[in-house]
Ligand binder design. Structure first.
Ligand code: ADP
Ligand code: MG
Length: 566
């Protein structure tokens, strides 16, 4: 292809990719890059970001260099491109030195249209000088949020990509991501030296996804009821179930299998071949439920995932958006379902508190956690809350999320709030939900006696509500910033400054009237279980796991701040 007769983007789209028309802003982005401009592209998962650099790669002279964070992601794309007759290859640690040399020689000879490269490899001096011998069509930086510490997938190697601008000032660069709130967006542009490039921001709304968030009350049973009611039970719809720990992934997969589901597990602790096999089956077969940690899903392009369920809170709203975004990529109705409880908040809080991150970094993490809580506890349209976080403030209520479909009644909960806050205060701000609720309900048990709490003025003042509803009240008080969870004190509640006027009855507290969760057969409300679960068996394994997993996934020299160093 010569620089004089550049093939037209639409022609490439039709003849090479077999699609009749561009979607959304694709055409604009492509024209800009083909003409040599830099671009930062923010589009939701499934919007079609890949074509934004693949088409220009074929329009412009030379080889396009695509930076991608995961080997699986690269293989996937190279395979798909090769099938379309595009000359593509991937350079990463999965290649032998000989194979790599062959690819490099083909690059120099102008025999490749796209080469996918791991970031750490791209910035090697030897590779950079090799690039100087090649004609380069463009640089594409996929999953560009990896460059930002604000994002949820920080990869230190991405930071060095800023040097591309200095080394190759004439080559257009296009950075792409599905996750970027305002601060992350600025951060990406700055760190990649893309301030002068054009930003293309597509709407983040995924109208076909229905968001629902339920209060945790035996989450596994809740999950099974949800799949049965909405997704036809075993063998019907494909779905992903996210859990925080490796152990919980395995337990949940086994439990679902016991109920007749084809449930597979995916986490970093599994053998590479098992993991690859499970992923392969999930992609190829119908009706499989993949139970996984966050390790699963980046770049997985399965269009007909009908539900994404969270049995544990994700790390942030961005993570929630990205993970739930794997549902319904075909545009057909899909569900994002989550069960959450206070113990999840405490757990994530502990990750933050005990990480080795700087105070500034920890503040960011807390803000992110609070934003997530805000989504969980909102009485407003969930989609509105989610999209506002990404800067889209002009959406009407969607009419398709749980809070729209079953509007949450709110009521004057000032008195309940005062009772709960006083009880936290009287018990010395040293206990989590379980004990505080026991005292409110006047439970005369060992722990209460041990601390002499049966003598408190708040003992038994809350018998008007059952334990689950008190838990909902406490969650809302945390979400409203009236209570904080002291992660150094093993998850004890603390009063915040904001609760003074409440205790003095100067302001009114509106609470949501949670639909009473259907009662499970068993023990869901025992104080012991709801107490902040620091001592839960498996936590150590969980921490280890998270650390190992993130490290393996990111191959990072610096460990993301929310991974605990215990
Ligand atoms: P993203 O990277 O934004 O998450 P992808 O680039 O993986 O999304 O694209 C998602 C899916 O959409 C892919 O299956 C892709 O082939 C398809 N797609 C992208 N652009 C178009 C288009 N213009 N017409 C039809 N299908 C498209
Ligand atoms: Mg992509």
């Amino acid at each position: 292809m010569t620089g004089i007769f550049m093939p037209l983007p639409l022609h490439i789209l039709k003849t090479v990719f077999g699609f009749p028309a561009f979607r959304g802003q694709q055409e604009e982005v492509i024209r800009h890059v083909v003409e040599g401009g830099d671009a930062l592209v923010l589009m939701p998962t499934g919007a079609g970001k890949s074509l934004c650099y693949q088409v220009p790669a074929l329009c412009r002279d030379g080889v396009a260099i695509v930076v991608s964070p995961l080997i699986a992601l690269m293989q996937n794309q190279v395979e798909a491109l090769t099938q379309l007759g595009v000359r593509a290859a991937a350079l990463n640690s999965a290649r032998s030195p000989d194979e790599a040399r062959v690819i490099e020689r083909r690059m120099q000879a102008g025999e490749l249209d796209l080469v996918y490269v791991a970031p750490e490899r791209l910035v090697l001096p030897g590779f950079l000088s090799l690039l100087e011998d090649c004609r380069i069509a463009l640089f594409a930086i996929d999953e560009a949020h990896c460059v930002s510490q604000w994002g949820h997938d920080f990869r230190p190697e991405y930071l060095q990509l800023a040097l591309l601008h200095e080394r190759f000032p004439a080559v257009p660069r296009i950075a792409l991501t599905a996750t970027a709130d305002g601060p992350t967006r600025r951060d990406i542009a700055e760190r990649l030296n893309l301030q002068d490039g054009r930003q293309f921001v597509a709407g983040f709304d995924r109208p076909n996804i229905r968001y629902r968030i339920a209060a945790k009350n035996n989450a596994r049973e809740q999950l099974a009821r949800f799949i049965e009611a909405e997704h036809g039970g075993p063998g019907a719809d494909s779905g992903i179930v996210y859990c925080l720990s490796r152990a919980k992934v395995e337990e949940t997969a086994a439990w679902l299998a016991g109920k007749g589901y084809t449930a597979l597990a995916y986490h970093a602790g599994l053998d590479q071949s098992v993991r690859a096999g499970n992923q392969e089956r999930f992609l190829r077969e119908d009706g499989i439920v993949m139970v996984a940690t966050i390790a699963f899903g980046m770049g997985i392009d399965k269009p007909d995932v009908r539900f994404v369920a969270h049995l544990d809170l994700p790390k942030s709203l961005e993570a929630y958006y990205q993970e739930t975004g794997r549902a319904g990529r075909d545009g057909q109705p899909a569900d994002a379902w989550m069960a959450y409880g206070l113990e999840d908040v405490a757990k994530l809080g502990q990750f933050i508190a005990s990480s080795q991150a700087s105070d500034a970094q920890k503040r960011i993490e807390w803000q992110k956690l609070n934003a997530l809580l805000g989504l969980c506890e909102t009485t407003r349209c969930r989609r509105q809350v989610l999209l506002e976080y990404f800067g889209e403030t002009d959406h009407p209520p969607c009419g398709n999320c749980d809070t729209c479909l079953e509007p949450i009644a709110s009521f004057d909960g000032t008195e309940l709030a005062r009772k709960a806050l006083s009880c936290v205060y009287r018990t010395g701000e040293s206990f989590g939900a379980g004990h505080v609720i026991d005292v409110l309900l006047g439970k005369d048990n060992d722990k209460v006696r041990r601390f002499g709490h049966e003598r408190l003025s708040t003992f038994g003042i809350g018998t008007e509500l059952p334990a689950e509803q008190w838990r909902s009240v406490l969650r809302q008080l945390v979400a409203a910033g009236l209570l904080s969870i002291d992660t150094e004190g093993h998850g004890a509640f603390k009063l915040t400054e904001a609760c003074r006027p409440v205790l003095r009855s100067e302001v009114r507290v509106d609470l949501r009237r949670d639909p009473l969760p259907a009662r499970g057969k068993s023990k869901s409300s025992g104080g012991k279980k709801t107490a902040i679960a620091l001592s839960e068996p498996g936590d150590e394994a969980l921490f280890q796991h998270l650390r190992a997993e993130r490290v393996a996934l990111a191959k990072a020299q610096g460990v993301p701040s929310y991974v605990i160093m215990h």
